[in-house]
Structures are given as structure tokens and as C-alpha cells.
Design a protein around this ligand. Structure first.
Ligand code: NDP
Ligand SMILES: O=C1O[C@H](COP(=O)(O)O)[C@@H](O)[C@H](O)[C@H]1O
Length: 480
């Protein structure tokens, strides 16, 4: 298979955020827009890092006046921050526009008119960024609509995850995307790659030879990527019920995080090399065995408005992934993510081999040490290690040294979407997924997709069905 060209910067776009820019956000009334993307735009405005002249057009199938859309975004900021009062709200709001009536090949709704007016306001040399914050099932038709209405040429386009919903739909979508756009125009998001702490996993590994030297099957017994949420899905039942935890989180964010851990040292830490290293790791993922996947649904899920009474959608998924290469052969990568769980935690953990695993007789029964990165907010690095118990009785005890990763002088950590939007403007692909890695991810889950296990019930506020615990044996989940 010939890899699609992946260039760090478009030959046709200058790596600057100075060009007047119109962002069109499809799905602007949705959960992603309210919780993550609109706050990031406002944060960029607060930081003075948007282009000097810009507009943000929210696109949706319903109808809203520009003023109603501004109120809608203000309410989202009041709920999720940054607070409007903490930034240049009035100036920001004046740049917000809404184009209703949807956007399809047959009917572009109000978008062409609103876009033309915004471009006219901003002058001749306007950059247009299309941002698809809509459910993945709508990506293909929207891409076709770009071609029909002549909106592809000279623009940049940002696809949310999941890019596809199966190997087949991924191929269909990507073929259309490659037909309509040049690869240099396309950005495929996985916002976990933009977490500050995700970047810490990479930099901690390569800046510390002691860490780099144990980052392999000789010393690591298990790798765990565990994203637990107390969050419900009531606000976005229709998207969620059609998607489920496995597609929403596992084949997307958790596969990318697992690949971040698993990757070979990249040639350098530049955008192209990082993306290529992750993609290469994904290509070594073994096809998932459906017997090593556990799906769960929290009790009460089907009572949510908009969820069918007989829905079998998974709200939790856990699996064991094997990576067939010299560094990781035989090391299980345990991935788990679910809604309505016990806690909000996002962790990448390397469980190291115990003295017994390494054939040592001294302190053979000592617990395995762990190196664990919390991905929440600014992140933290927690190293749990066995030490002597103080006092005359002696014995061993495990203690944890915790290093907050945002506890240093300098700017505060930025929201992931702040990084992503800036990187789209500058053409830097280090935080974006690569098409070959995505193809490998969909290939790895293809057999599972045709043969999904039964969905098991779990009580809200727990760690999921017991079968998920068993995946970690003979070890156990770090979060428990
Ligand atoms: N929510 C989150 O935390 C995150 C979501 N994502 C991704 O963002 C995308 C959107 O997710 P989210 O915002 O949660 O989903 P929502 O269900 O909230 O949908 C977003 C918006 O898309 C529009 N929409 C729905 N169906 C269609 C359709 N068939 N065609 C065109 N537009 C449609 C709706 O707006 P209207 O009715 O106004 O047209 C809706 O408000 C998904 O791909 C998701 O995976 C990524 C990271 C985080
Ligand atoms: O992509 C998604 O991510 C969020 C979790 O991301 P966070 O940045 O809010 O922690 C998840 O809740 C959502 O279901 C999913 O679509």
C-alpha cells in the first residue's frame, strides 16, 4: 500500500496565522462545540493568538440568527469557561456568525451566502478552514458537498474523530477526501494527541535514558491506557447511541495513546517524524481477538431520552491489544474506557516486571513498580516503587513519588483544542493522526467489528463488568 503523502506544511499555504481566516464549524450547536472547541477559540482570542482578522461561522441544520448564536456561545463559555468576562467577549462575539438550513450537496442552506459575506468583509486573501464537528456518519456527505459547492479549493479541512466507523467506511470516506482535497489541506483530529500530558509521555521517555532503557518487553509487564469518565451521554444521545464506547474512545483516542507509548524513537521530534512513528506502531497492532474485548452498558442507559429501549450500544469497552514487534512482543496493552464509571481519571501506566518475573530470588515477592502518567489537565507523573518499611519489624512497602507536570515556571498548560486550532493555522501535523495509522487501526478491529461480544450490564459508579477486570490478569488495573 502506498502511503498518502504527509507533508509538514502545505506547499500552497504559508505557515502563518496572519492571513485573514474564516472558520466554518459544522455541528456548531453540538456538545463538542460547546464543551471544547468554542472555549478554545475564546481562549485563543484571550491569548491574542487568532489571526488579526477572522470570522467563525457556526453551521447547523436548524435556524438561528447571528445574535442567537452569540448568546448560545456565551452560555457555553459561562458553563465551561473561560468566562466571557475574563476575555474580550464583545470583540469576540462580533466575529461570530451563524448559517442555518444545514449544508448538503443538494442544499447548501445559508452557508454560501454567509461565507461570501464574511470573505468580502475580510478582503481578497482569505483562508477558509472547514471544521467538521458533526457525527462521523455525516463526514462523507459533507465532503461531497464541499466539492459540489466549490468550497474545497484553497481551503483547509479538519475532520473530527472517528474518521470512519469501520474499515469499509474509512476507505470510502478517505477515497472521497483524497478526491476532493489535496492531502496537504487535510487535518484529522484526535484531541488526546494534543493533551499536554500526552506530549509529556513522549518527552519524558526520550529525555531520560533510564526511562527509555526500560521502555520495552524486557522490563515492562503490561501497558495500560485507562480513560474513566463519570460523564453521562444524555446531551448527545443520538450521536452516542450510533457510536458507542468502542468507536468513540478505543479505536480512536486509546489506540492513538497506545501507539504513542509503543512507537519506536522517531527520527526527530518534528511533526512528520512523530506522526510517522505513531503510524508505524499502529501498523504493528495485531488484529483484535473478539474474545479479548469486553463491552458493557450502564444500568439505566436505555431510559435516556433518544436511546431506544432495546439499545445494545456499549457505554464501556475494554480490550487487550498485542503489538507484534521486537520491542513489545508478549506485552499486553490493556485499554479501557467508559461512561458513568467511578471516577474521572485518564492514565497511561507502564507496569514493570517484578523481581520474580525477572528471575531474581532476592525480594522475589516485591510488588511490580509502576510508571504512571495522569493525562488530566496539566498532567502528573507518578512512580510507584517498593522500599523498606521503616521501623524494627522491617518488610517492604510500596510508595509513590508524584511529580505534577504543570508545576513549573512558565505559561499555564493550554487546552488541547487551543493547540489543535493553532496547529491547523500553522500547518504543523505533529498532533494529528496519520492516514496510514488510521487505516491500520480500522484493520486491527475489523474482525472484532464483524463479531462483537455480548454487551454486559454494569452499575453506574463502578469500574464496569467483572469480565473487564479479568482482562488484566494475572495483574490488575492500576485504577481500581
Ligand atoms: N463531545 C465530545 O466530547 C467530543 C466529540 N468529538 C467528536 O465530535 C463530533 C461531534 O460530536 P458531538 O458534538 O458530541 O455530537 P452531537 O451529537 O452533539 O452533534 C453535533 C452536531 O452535529 C449536528 N448533526 C447531527 N447529526 C447530523 C447530521 N446527520 N448531519 C449534519 N449535522 C448533524 C447537530 O447540529 P444541528 O442539529 O444544529 O445540525 C449536532 O448538534 C463527533 O465526530 C465526535 O466523535 C470529539 C471529541 C470530543
Ligand atoms: O472524543 C471524546 O472525548 C471525550 C473525552 O475527552 P475530554 O477532553 O473531554 O476528556 C469523551 O467524553 C467523548 O465521549 C468523546 O467523544
Amino acid at each position: 500500500m502506498t502511503p498518502a503523502p504527509q507533508t509538514a506544511q502545505s506547499p500552497t499555504h504559508s505557515p502563518t496565522s496572519d492571513r485573514p481566516t474564516v472558520f466554518v464549524m459544522y455541528g456548531a450547536t453540538g456538545d463538542l462545540s460547546r464543551r471544547l472547541v468554542s472555549p478554545a477559540f475564546f481562549e485563543l482570542a484571550r491569548l491574542g493568538r487568532l489571526p488579526a482578522q477572522w470570522r467563525l461561522i457556526g453551521s447547523g441544520r436548524g435556524s438561528k440568527s447571528h445574535e442567537e448564536f452569540r448568546d448560545f456561545i456565551r452560555e457555553a463559555l459561562e458553563e465551561f469557561g473561560p468566562q466571557p468576562a475574563d476575555g474580550p467577549w464583545e470583540e469576540f462575539a462580533a466575529n461570530l456568525l451563524f448559517a442555518g438550513g444545514g449544508f448538503t450537496a443538494d442544499d447548501p442552506g445559508e452557508l454560501l451566502d454567509v461565507l461570501a459575506a464574511a470573505k468580502q468583509d475580510l478582503g481578497d486573501d482569505v483562508e477558509v478552514v472547514h471544521y467538521l464537528a458533526i457525527p462521523p456518519g455525516a463526514f462523507l456527505d459533507t465532503t461531497k458537498a464541499f466539492a459540489t459547492h466549490g468550497l474545497a479549493e484553497g481551503s483547509r479541512v479538519v475532520y473530527e474523530k472517528p474518521y470512519g466507523t469501520s474499515l469499509e467506511t474509512f476507505e470510502e470516506l478517505d477515497a472521497e477526501v483524497q478526491r476532493v482535497f489535496d492531502e496537504s489541506q487535510v487535518f484529522r483530529i484526535d484531541h488526546f494527541l494534543a493533551f499536554e500530558a500526552q506530549q509529556d509521555v513522549i518527552h519524558a521517555r526520550f529525555a531520560n535514558p533510564w526511562l527509555a532503557s526500560i521502555w520495552n518487553r524486557e522490563f515492562v509487564a503490561q501497558v495500560q491506557v485507562d480513560i474513566a469518565e463519570t460523564l453521562d451521554v444524555a446531551q448527545r444521545a443520538s450521536f452516542y447511541d450510533a457510536t458507542g464506547a468502542f468507536l468513540d474512545m478505543i479505536v480512536t483516542h486509546l489506540f492513538q495513546m497506545a501507539a504513542t507509548v509503543a512507537m519506536e524513537p522517531p527520527a526527530d521530534l518534528g511533526p512528520g517524524a512523530l506522526q510517522a512513528a505513531r503510524d508505524a506502531a499502529l501498523q504493528d497492532f495485531r488484529e483484535l481477538d473478539p474474545a479479548e474485548v469486553v463491552l458493557g452498558q450502564f444500568d439505566g442507559y436505555t431510559a435516556i431520552d433518544g436511546v431506544p429501549d432495546d439499545s445494545r450500544t456499549d457505554t464501556l469497552a475494554a480490550c487487550r491489544v498485542w503489538i507484534d514487534n521486537d520491542r513489545w512482543r508478549g506485552v499486553p496493552f490493556l485499554l479501557r474506557s467508559g461512561k458513568k464509571m467511578t471516577a474521572d481519571e485518564q492514565r497511561v501506566t507502564l507496569v514493570l516486571k517484578s523481581p520474580a518475573d525477572l528471575g531474581q530470588s532476592l525480594h522475589a515477592d516485591a510488588e511490580p513498580a509502576t510508571i504512571s502518567f495522569s493525562l488530566l489537565e496539566g498532567g502528573a507523573l507518578d512512580v510507584a516503587t517498593t522500599v523498606r518499611k521503616p521501623g524494627v519489624a522491617g518488610g517492604l512497602v510500596q510508595g509513590t513519588a508524584s511529580l505534577p507536570l504543570d508545576g513549573f515556571e512558565g505559561p499555564a498548560p493550554a487546552l488541547p483544542y487551543v493547540h489543535l486550532i493553532e496547529h491547523v493555522l500553522t500547518g504543523d501535523r505533529s498532533l494529528f493522526t496519520g492516514v496510514e495509522g488510521l487505516r491500520a487501526a480500522w484493520t486491527a478491529i475489523d474482525r472484532f467489528s464483524q463479531n462483537r461480544p455480548e454487551v454486559l450490564p454494569y452499575a453506574p459508579g463502578t469500574w464496569g463488568p467483572q469480565a473487564a477486570d479479568a482482562l488484566a490478569e494475572p495483574g490488575q488495573w492500576f485504577l481500581r
